[in-house]
Ligand binder design. Structure first.
Ligand SMILES: [Fe+2]
Ligand SMILES: [Fe+2]
Length: 202
């Protein structure tokens, strides 16, 4: 692949860092006192993002890194993903009102924070140091694979994001959508009124 084509794709390291930032910001929004629907939306948003992210790393990033680097952290990473998947599975089997739901999500947060710290301080710097020429190609493959994994789940992902919105944001979002609908309806009505006026004046 030419340098020009490589530059068209985001670096795998940047993709991974952005995914981590997104998940951690979802964690920061978790509020014990939130209403159950919002809690469920937020938790599901974080869980889906983690599942997709882990799969991208296991299928594309880790195998490429293993060709040039080995360490205990890298070897243990898939097992840490499995631990996260197990916590996610248990969370999905509970309702936000159930005893233990919040504690289980906190446990997932702790596991993810530990895992992300290992990746950001050891694996990503190793990838930048040892295979800089492959990062954009890997980023392209990760971007395409993400589309394959998320498109079939687009409805579920959008629904969770809306449920996770704080009340004030949801109200603004609803008002914006209503405003667009109203403007469209009013625009159509005005045009039809104008057309009938023109017909009458002929
Ligand atoms: Fe990661
Ligand atoms: Fe990971």
């Amino acid at each position: 692949m030419t340098r020009l084509l490589q530059g068209m794709y985001p670096s795998a390291v940047n993709i991974i860092r952005l995914d981590h930032t997104h998940v951690l910001s979802t964690f920061h929004q978790f509020d014990l006192d939130d209403w159950p629907t919002a809690k469920r939306g937020l938790v599901n948003t974080a869980c889906t993002a983690l599942e997709v992210h882990a799969q991208l790393e296991e299928e594309i990033f880790y195998p490429a890194l293993r060709e040039v680097f080995s360490s205990q952290t890298l070897e243990e990473s898939p097992a840490e993903h499995d631990e996260m998947r197990s916590l996610i599975g248990r969370l999905r089997g509970l309702a936000p009102e159930d005893a233990g739901y919040d504690d289980l999500f906190m446990e997932l947060m702790r596991a993810v924070l530990h895992h992300v710290a290992d990746e950001e301080t050891e694996l990503l710097p190793a990838a930048q140091r040892l295979m800089p020429e492959r990062l954009n190609e890997l980023g392209g493959r990760m971007t395409r694979r993400r589309m394959e994994l998320t498109v079939p789940r687009a409805g579920e992902i959008a629904g969770n994001m809306v449920r996770a919105m704080p009340g004030s944001t949801l109200a603004l979002f609803t008002a914006a959508v209503s405003g667009v609908c109203l403007a469209t309806w009013y625009g159509r009505r005005s045009r039809s009124h104008l057309r009938s006026q023109l017909r009458r004046s002929r």
